[in-house]
Design a protein around this ligand. Structure first.
Ligand SMILES: Cc1ncc(COP(=O)(O)O)c(C=O)c1O
Length: 422
C-alpha cells in the first residue's frame, strides 16, 4: 500500500485523503460472513459521506443511515432508493422531518415524542404513513466503550425510564407506522465481551418494547459500537469472538414468534471505513526546539480533528503514523505539528518514526472515518485536502469542491456533475 499511497501523493499533492474502496467492501463482506447473515448492515453516513465512497458501499449494505437532510440528499444523489435510507439524529429541524417524509425514506428514527408528533403531522399532510423506529436510550451499559450515552442525561433517543409512555403516545399517532426499534448507545469498543453484553441489554429492551407496543417488529437496529485500534498498543476487534456470542443470541431471539420476521441490522461507520482510509500530509518545515525534533506538516487539526485527539478523547494519544517516503530511515523521536497558528495543533508528540525529512509524506492511518468530514477545514483558510478513491488499479479523484458543486456518481458508479441540492 505504501507505494500506492506515494503514487497518490505524487499525482495529487498533499494533503489528500485516500479511501480504498476494495478494502471497505471487503470489510462489509467480512461482517456479513462472520455473522452468518444474521445481521444486515446499516452504514452511518456521518462516518464518511464522500459521494463516491457511498456509491461504492451501497451494494453491500441494507441501508444508509443519515443524520441530516443534507445527508438524505447525498444518499439520494448516489442512487440510494429512498426506502433504503434511515434518518437518525437529535434535534431534527421541522423542515428536515417534512423533507424526509416527502422523500418517503425507509424509516425515520424517532429520538423523542416531540419529533414523532412533527413526523405525524408531516405524514398526515401528505396523506401517507411514515414508517418509524423508536430509538431507545438504555439505563445501563457496559464499560469499555470509547464514548457511552447510556445511563446518563443524553439528547439521544427515548430514555428507557419513560419508554412505555413514549410508545403509547407514538402509537396513537395515525400518520406513523411503528416498524421496530433502534439502539445506539456506545462507540468505539475493542472489547467483544462489552459489545455482546450491550447486545444483551438491547435485546431485553427490544423484547420489552415489543411487548408494550404489541407489534412484531420488522426491524431491530443494533448500534454496534465496533471500534478500531487507533493507538499503537491496541489490537483490532475480534469480530469472530463477537459473532460467537451474538449469533446464538439472535437465533434465540428469532425463535420467539414475535421476532421471527425481524430484520436485525448492525449499524456502524468507523469499523467499515476507518482502516480503509489514510490522510497523506507533507512535511513542510523542521525545527529543533529545546530538545525536541519538530516537523510541521501541511495538515493539522483543520484537516483531521480526530487524529489530533480533539474528537471525544479525554487524553490525547498518538495515532498510527507512517513515514511512507523513508520507511528504512533511522528511527528517531519527532513531534509532528500542523500548519495552524495555535499551539494545540499537534498531530503526534514524541513519536518514533523513520527519519523524517523535509518533503517526506506522512500517512495517518485509520483515517477513513471521521476525518475530513469531522474537521474544521475553514480555520485559517488553508486549502481543503483532496480526496481520492482507490478502486482496483485505478486512482479516482473523489474530491468534492468546496463551492458546493459536487461531482457525483450514479448508481453504476459513473461520474455525474451537479450542483449540491439544498
Ligand atoms: C445513530 C448512530 N449510528 C451509527 C453511528 C456510527 O458510529 P461508528 O462510526 O462508531 O460505528 C453513530 C455515531 O455516532 C450514531 O450516532
Amino acid at each position: 500500500m505504501r507505494a500506492r499511497l506515494l503514487q497518490v501523493a505524487a499525482q495529487t499533492g498533499t494533503p489528500v485523503y485516500v479511501y480504498d474502496l476494495d478494502e471497505a467492501v471487503r470489510r462489509c463482506q467480512a461482517l456479513t460472513e462472520t455473522f452468518q447473515g444474521r445481521f444486515g448492515l446499516s452504514y452511518a453516513v456521518k462516518a464518511n459521506p464522500n459521494l463516491q465512497l457511498l456509491a461504492g458501499l451501497l451494494p453491500y449494505v441494507d441501508t444508509l443511515d443519515v443524520s441530516s437532510y443534507r445527508e438524505v440528499e447525498r444518499a439520494l444523489l448516489v442512487g440510494c432508493p429512498a426506502e433504503r435510507i434511515t434518518f437518525s439524529g437529535p434535534a431534527k429541524r421541522a423542515g428536515e422531518v417534512r423533507g424526509a417524509v416527502e422523500q418517503q425514506i425507509g424509516e425515520l428514527v424517532l429520538e423523542s415524542v416531540a419529533e414523532a408528533e412533527l413526523a405525524d403531522s408531516a405524514a398526515r399532510e401528505r396523506g401517507v404513513r411514515q414508517p418509524v423506529l423508536i430509538r431507545i436510550n438504555p439505563a445501563n451499559g457496559p464499560k469499555k466503550f470509547g464514548v457511552s450515552f447510556s445511563g446518563k442525561a443524553s439528547q439521544f433517543g427515548v430514555d428507557e425510564e419513560v419508554l412505555d409512555e413514549a410508545i403509547d403516545r407514538i402509537q396513537q399517532l395515525p400518520g406513523l407506522d411503528l416498524v421496530g426499534f433502534h439502539i445506539y448507545s456506545g462507540t468505539n469498543s475493542l472489547d467483544p465481551e462489552a459489545i455482546t453484553q450491550n447486545f444483551a441489554i438491547f435485546i431485553e429492551l427490544f423484547r420489552r418494547a415489543a411487548a408494550r407496543s404489541g407489534i412484531a417488529p420488522r426491524k431491530l437496529v443494533f448500534g454496534s459500537g465496533f471500534g478500531v485500534p487507533y493507538g499503537a498498543g491496541e489490537q483490532p476487534l475480534d469480530i469472530e469472538a463477537v459473532a460467537a456470542t451474538a449469533v446464538p443470541m439472535i437465533d434465540e431471539l428469532k425463535r420467539d414468534p414475535t421476532f421471527a420476521n425481524a430484520r436485525c441490522v448492525l449499524e456502524l461507520g468507523r469499523w467499515l471505513v476507518a482502516p480503509a482510509g489514510w490522510l497523506l500530509t507533507g512535511v513542510i518545515a523542521q525545527k529543533h526546539s529545546r530538545g525536541t525534533e519538530l516537523r510541521a506538516c501541511d495538515a493539522g487539526f483543520n484537516n483531521h480533528l480526530a487524529a489530533c485527539g480533539m474528537m471525544g478523547t479525554v487524553i490525547r494519544r498518538n495515532w498510527r503514523f507512517d513515514n511512507i517516503s523513508n520507511p528504512q530511515g533511522a528511527p528517531a523521536e519527532y513531534t509532528l505539528v500542523g500548519p495552524l497558528c495555535t499551539s494545540i495543533d499537534v498531530l503526534a508528540s514524541k513519536l518514533t518514526l523513520p527519519e523524517v525529512r523535509l518533503g517526506d509524506v506522512i500517512a495517518v492511518e485509520n483515517s477513513g472515518a471521521y476525518g475530513l468530514t469531522a474537521s474544521p477545514t475553514r480555520f485559517i483558510s488553508h486549502p481543503e485536502p483532496a480526496e481520492v478513491l482507490l478502486v482496483g488499479d485505478e486512482i479516482r479523484d473523489a474530491t468534492e469542491s468546496a463551492l458546493n458543486t459536487w461531482t457525483t456518481v450514479d448508481a453504476q458508479g459513473q461520474p455525474r456533475s451537479g450542483t449540491g441540492a439544498g
